[in-house]
Design a protein around this ligand. Structure first.
Ligand code: GDP
Length: 139
């Protein structure tokens, strides 16, 4: 992946609450092109590996439990300045602090169950995209 791509997940809370369509609409309206997408569910091992950087944090067990409890939508998105622009579109980690109109403000319920993931750097976007998708699944 190049610097104009980011990785996202629509998390189990947003899937359970029926927000897949609305969130994809916001993503499209903001000018992101979907270059890979799947409806899937993380295993415990997947979630522990994906969030390994947070393994020492007190909420790690809760995070893994949450991220594995139901299906997610994972996707790779393309746009100029993708990582930064997508973080702006989703808003702060805690929806109570997220700006009006952001995806987390609209659809997240708590700091843990915050509706969407967005990569925080080009390097992590590439690592996370490769974790979820084989090369032949990326267009
Ligand atoms: P992000 O980059 O905005 O997703 O935030 P972080 O990288 O700091 O955290 C990763 C994910 O861990 C967040 O999106 C939340 O789902 C979860 N998380 C972060 N902080 C907390 C917390 O205090 N409690 C719980 N339960 N989950 C948290």
């Amino acid at each position: 992946m190049t610097g104009n791509r980011t990785f996202t997940m629509i998390k189990p809370d947003a899937v359970e609450n029926g927000h897949i369509g609305a969130i994809l609409d916001k993503i499209n309206a903001a000018g992101f092109k979907i270059v890979a997408m799947k409806y899937t569910q993380l295993s415990k091992r997947d979630a522990e590996a994906f969030y390994a950087i947070h393994s020492e944090r007190p909420f790690f067990g809760e995070l893994v439990e949450f991220m594995t409890r139901g299906p997610i939508v994972s996707a790779i998105l393309e746009k100029d300045n993708a990582v930064e622009d997508f973080r702006a579109l989703i808003g702060a980690t805690n929806p109570a602090e997220a700006a009006e109109g952001t995806i987390r403000k609209l659809y997240a319920t708590s700091i843990g169950e915050n509706a969407v993931h967005g990569s925080d750097s080009d390097e992590n976007a590439a690592i996370e995209g490769a974790f979820h998708f084989a090369g032949r699944e990326i267009f």
